[in-house]
Design a protein. Structure first.
Length: 635
């Protein structure tokens, strides 16, 4: 989960509008002047993003040399009132950038000697207890902060449309706790629950609520008066919140909902302004505290050759430059933040729109790269590495599933669409799809460097295959990818779903027609049990059609689906209830097929047809169970 939000500004500039998505910018006062080339680059890039990708507004902050050198707002915070984005007063929901503040709060307690990061978190928790799923292997704070705690991923229904409906953090950590599915400290898999649990640890150790602790120990000392973790936010901040949007048609907008939630230490509800984020980045770059040092230090690497994980941050590499990165995405808001400590540079970019095909998240990363190229020029590029023969090259191709994919909840469905495909590319290379963050470059080509390490052709990314068969990408150090067997293949599963659904729908049409023809010809009616079996098969086909239509309605718009998952709306409940009904009906169809052969219902061709229908029902039901598309309503 990753979040950002933009805030509505003063009525003085309300008369200004964006005609034909033209750029509108408001500069923050009292900052050092930005290098002309930098400001013109940002102005032009953001103008293109807003127009081309249909995003209402944005804000950008750049700090360098201990000062804010650029803080500007672009576009509007509210498409209805046309209120322009103000970098000083427009509030953005930060989403997963909230994890940086959670990591900072926990690091402060570690620096003060109040928390041992290597100890069982149950030694510090009071309101929540982590189950002893792996005896002798407790979860530690260090693991929570590096996404290696081993909790399953489940965000369905975790957020709320209104702050007043958010339940207490401690309560949600108990009632919404996902199971532990991996031994802690073994695999990086992006973990929102782990950060929410860290927030509770901060509250239990400090004796203050998590929002109060962050306000008193981080926001207040830095003068971040436009920032808060409180839900609902103070009136002074709430009055300036931006609204988040997704494109609707060719010119309209739909306002996104679902930015609030109990797990605020991991994302929802956290709010800040562009100027405030400049203060925070400057503090990270100039205050040589133990807590900041803990955040900006690698605590876990899935592979020693690849970027690792700090506390809150992911290690960032681009050419010969290194830094610390974090992004955040929540319905309608997308933010990216990078620190380059060696050059005392920090960049924050946020949008209050998902953008066309969800492009806002990538636009922020793209802009950061452009800014860094201006402020932190790379050394001359070394000569391209020569081809190296990797004797294990033939073992790498296959399909890989992200570690963050749920094993026990509805988010297991992500496994159908988020897999990575690896293929051989000549004698010394690989070709991948599904790893690239750039929507314009879905496929990447890689050159073997030896021992399972690969360099992107024409790029700066690296790829590694560990001895345990795990794929690691430098672009996302907080997630790993496990190789699937042939029977775990998403392509196979999609084929089974399609074949099962199609056969069941055809059966729903054909079986009643066959029965009607038989009746019109005056043939002896089949036994009541046979008619019940046939009706069950027809009903299964109708349910399959309804299930497919409901699921298509949920997934047809990726931006809307993000909101649907977090809110768990009625349509998502309908999908899982239809899935449950289909699984139960499939059992009835199978029973009917068995009875048809034993009792001699219909002729042989009729029994074969019914058996094929039963097989289709089993195929579809097995996939629904595999991807957890069953259950009751979400609340």
């Amino acid at each position: 989960m990753r979040t950002t939000s933009i805030r509505t500004l003063t009525t003085m500039a309300a008369a200004l509008t964006i005609a034909s998505a033209a750029l509108l910018s408001v500069a923050a006062p009292a900052h050092a002047a930005a290098p002309p080339r930098l400001e013109s680059l940002v102005d032009a890039a953001v103008a293109d993003f807003l127009e081309d990708d249909r995003i209402p507004g944005a804000a950008v902050t750049v700090v360098a040399g201990g000062r804010t050198v650029l803080a500007k707002g672009y576009g509007v915070a509210d498409v209805r009132t046309r209120t322009p984005v103000d970098p000083q007063r427009t509030g953005f929901f930060l989403g997963s950038l909230a994890k940086l503040f959670t990591a900072q709060a926990a690091s402060q307690l570690v620096a003060e000697g109040k928390v041992d990061p290597k100890a069982d978190v149950n030694d510090h928790l009071r309101a929540v207890t982590v189950p002893d799923t792996y005896p002798g292997r407790p979860v530690t704070l260090d693991q929570l902060l590096t996404h290696t705690g081993g909790f399953d991923s489940d965000l369905v229904g975790r957020n709320r449309t209104r702050a007043k409906d958010v339940e207490p953090l401690a309560e949600s950590l108990v009632t919404r706790r996902p199971p532990r599915v991996r031994a802690p400290g073994t695999t990086a898999a992006y973990d929102n629950y782990g950060y929410a649990l860290t927030g509770q640890l901060v509250a239990d150790v400090s004796g203050r609520s998590f929002p109060a602790y962050v306000d008193e120990h981080i926001l207040g000392p830095l003068g971040m008066t436009g920032s808060t973790f409180a839900q609902p936010p103070p009136a002074s901040i709430a009055a300036g919140l931006a609204r988040g949007y997704r494109p609707n048609g060719t010119s309209g907008w739909t306002e996104d909902e679902g930015q609030y939630g109990a797990w605020s230490p991991s994302g929802p509800g956290a709010v800040s302004t562009a100027v405030d984020m400049g203060r925070w980045m400057t503090g990270q770059l100039t205050d040589d505290t133990t807590a900041n040092g803990l955040m900006q230090r690698v605590h876990y690497r899935q592979d020693p050759r690849m970027p690792g994980l700090g506390y809150g941050f992911e290690e960032w590499r681009r050419g010969g430059r290194t830094g610390w990165f974090k992004d955040g995405d929540i319905p309608g808001f997308h933010s990216n933040l990078l620190l380059v400590p060696a050059r005392d540079v920090g960049v924050f970019v946020v949008f209050n729109g998902d953008g066309r095909d969800g492009r806002a998240s990538w636009d922020g990363k793209d802009l950061i790269d452009r800014i860094v190229d201006v402020l932190v020029p790379d050394n001359p590029a070394p000569a391209a590495p020569g081809a190296v023969t990797d004797p294990s090259l033939a073992s790498y191709p296959g399909t890989y599933r992200p570690g963050r994919v749920s094993r026990t909840g509805l988010m297991a469905l992500e496994g159908l669409v988020a897999s990575v495909t690896v293929r051989e590319d000549g004698e010394n290379g690989l070709r991948t799809t599904g790893l690239s963050l750039d929507p314009d470059q879905p496929e990447q080509r890689w050159l073997a460097l030896g021992d399972g390490l690969f360099q992107e052709r024409g790029g700066s990314a690296t790829l590694a295959f560990t001895r345990g068969g795990v794929l690691v990408s430098s672009a996302v150090p907080s997630s790993t990818y496990a190789k699937l067997t042939w029977h775990q293949s998403p392509s196979l599963h999609l084929g089974l779903l399609a074949a099962g659904t199609g056969t069941l729908i055809l059966a729903a049409i054909a079986l009643p027609v066959i029965a009607l023809v038989r009746r019109l010809r005056g043939r002896t009616p089949h036994p009541p049990a046979a008619r019940v079996a046939r009706a069950t098969a027809s009903a299964t086909g109708l349910i399959a059609a309804a299930f497919t239509a409901a699921l298509a309605a949920v997934v047809r718009d990726g931006n809307a689906m993000m909101e649907a998952v977090l809110l768990g709306p009625p349509l998502l409940s309908i999908v899982t209830m239809l899935g449950t009904a289909l699984v139960l009906l499939a059992l009835g169809v199978v029973a009917g097929a068995i009875a048809a052969w034993f009792r001699g219902w219909w002729n042989v061709s009729g029994r074969i047809l019914f058996t094929l229908t039963a097989m289709a029902a089993v195929a579809m039901a097995s996939m629904l169970l595999q991807y957890r598309l069953v259950g009751g309503p979400f609340v």
